[in-house]
Design a protein around this ligand. Sequence first.
Ligand code: GRF
Length: 190
Amino acid sequence: MKPRVAVLISGGGSNMVKLLESMDGDHPAEPVLVLANSAGAGGLAKARALGVQSDFVDHKRYGKDREAFENALIAKLDAVQADVICLAGFMRVLTPHFIDRYDGRMLNIHPSLLPKYKGLHTHARAIEAGDNEAGCTVHEVTAKLDDGPILAQARVPILETDSPETLAARVLIEEHRIYPQALLQFIHKF
Ligand code: GRF
């Protein structure tokens, strides 16, 4: 049986689309679910258009009760027997309650050269610091935010004319290239 991959998103899901497209016929894994934390996530329709089941759990319904929100996610992931979780622009911080359950089988893409610039606004911070390069990182998810073992990285130069938006657009191209590659490598261990 091929390992079953679920992708968690919050927004447009361009990384999710690249992951789904990469898992074609002879890929060793299969996509089984795209799950968002709001009904308004633009990626849900893109997943359906690619023939993959999509669903959402509205985190707002759970207020501060993160565990209840995570249990609702877990119920949907269990229903499709997800083996591997890919976070792709999923913007809710997960607690150890969820992370421990998927220990060693959950990946994330982060738009910086970790361990630099964990958290948000990575491109603005790199430009402000006067760095001459930026990039992105695929890593395993652990309890510490943006801190797990690194599986892949890609670097791009920061141009004098760059704004956070122009830099983000150039980094996103690299994200789309390394995430499917890193997933393929990761799946081989299953
Ligand atoms: C990506 O830059 C990702 O690194 C970050 O959020 C952005 C999501 O983009 N966490 P998309 O939803 O995959 O297009």
